[in-house]
Design a protein around this ligand. Sequence first.
Ligand code: MG
Length: 449
Amino acid sequence: MAKLFGSSGVRGLANIDLTPLLACKVAAASAMHAKAKRAVVAKDTRVSGDMIEAALVAGLMSCGTEVLLLGRVPTPVCAYATKTLGADVGFMLTASHNPPQYNGIKVFNNNALSYTDADQEAVEKIISQNQFAFADWRALGNTVTIDATQPYMDMVHKAVSLKKQWRVIVDPGCGAAFSLAPTMLKSLGCKVTALNAQPDGHFPARKSEPNAETLQDLSKTVKALGADIGIAFDGDADRVAFIDENGVFVNFDRSLAAYGAFALKRNGGGTVVTNVEASMCVETMAEKYGGKVTRTRVGDIYVSEAIERDGAVFGGEPCGAWVHPKQHLCPDGPLSAALFLSALEEVDKTVSEFVEEAPEYITMRENFVCNEAKYSIVEKLGNSLKEAFPGYTDFSTVDGVRLALKDGWLLVRASGTEPLIRLTVEGATHKAAKDITQKASALIEAQTR
Ligand code: MG
């Protein structure tokens, strides 16, 4: 059987890859794995959401599980509710930032943590061996509709109270934060203008992945209305992106590094977690405030796991998925937005001033066609790269091969979906980035030729 779970749960084209039949099986197998008496189910605004939900809920009820239906809410609301409503497992139906024809199932344990590789393997095993244990007809599960947004709002208000009336333009992109994000920001005292805040599973306004290109309308609106900040989310609002007071999209690495430094300063040191792809400005900023950085594989579950393991103060990926362990362990867009405003207020800075402190380095990327054995070639490259860069300060194989150097770093990874080996380089200067790229490229070319 092909592997069902990827780095963000089960994901695919709705009704082609992710069918109601598969959703029903994933639900029943997860209910068995979690020995679930109670489950939470939520969805984003995708057109296929109702269909996948119906099948998933049937699978849960068939195993005797009580199902709490949260409706269309962000992924972090689902994860937080799983933890606080005493559920044994939580399901978020979303394909995150993917196009509208996709859908997916993210599964959470009772601690708001995404299913780990071990959990996923256990669920897949139950499905492949058809080992379902269905309940007697007298013990079938039932459904209850629950408003989970209020407890979530209470959590946000406990963490954040703002003194200033911030002028905010918020863009949920017709996704899962369509109602919660504007409501939350208003309740914090912000003066809110909302764009694309109607739920629409076709994502007619913009692509669901927030970046400089897709957030052009938000940038223009921030500038036109003289707002303090623009805030945007991906389809399920576990990611946040910011536009500064000048209407400029804020680089993800720099906002991550600046907020990480703020968290360290407030905590008097500690650890910040990020993945192998993030800029070394995260280290630069962390070291400035007496903290250190743990690097994980790409994927928010690995960041969350490391945060829990290392007792980190903050963690995130440079796609805007930020985790605030004091509240819960799921990346949380709306909470990140509220905490970011609170941080700006505390240090009395504008968005651009806050982010400016994190240095901007030079990134270069190259792809190398590699039809076979890409993983073993990457593994072999480790030693030759170490020989070619004898002054390296750190060597990691946590995801591909990563060498930290005095004036930059390089990362060599096999693409998960294409016959490619990808080289990412960052340099303190343009020359450093170019030199590292040339040297590493020559080695990779020799292996893939
Ligand atoms: Mg997402």
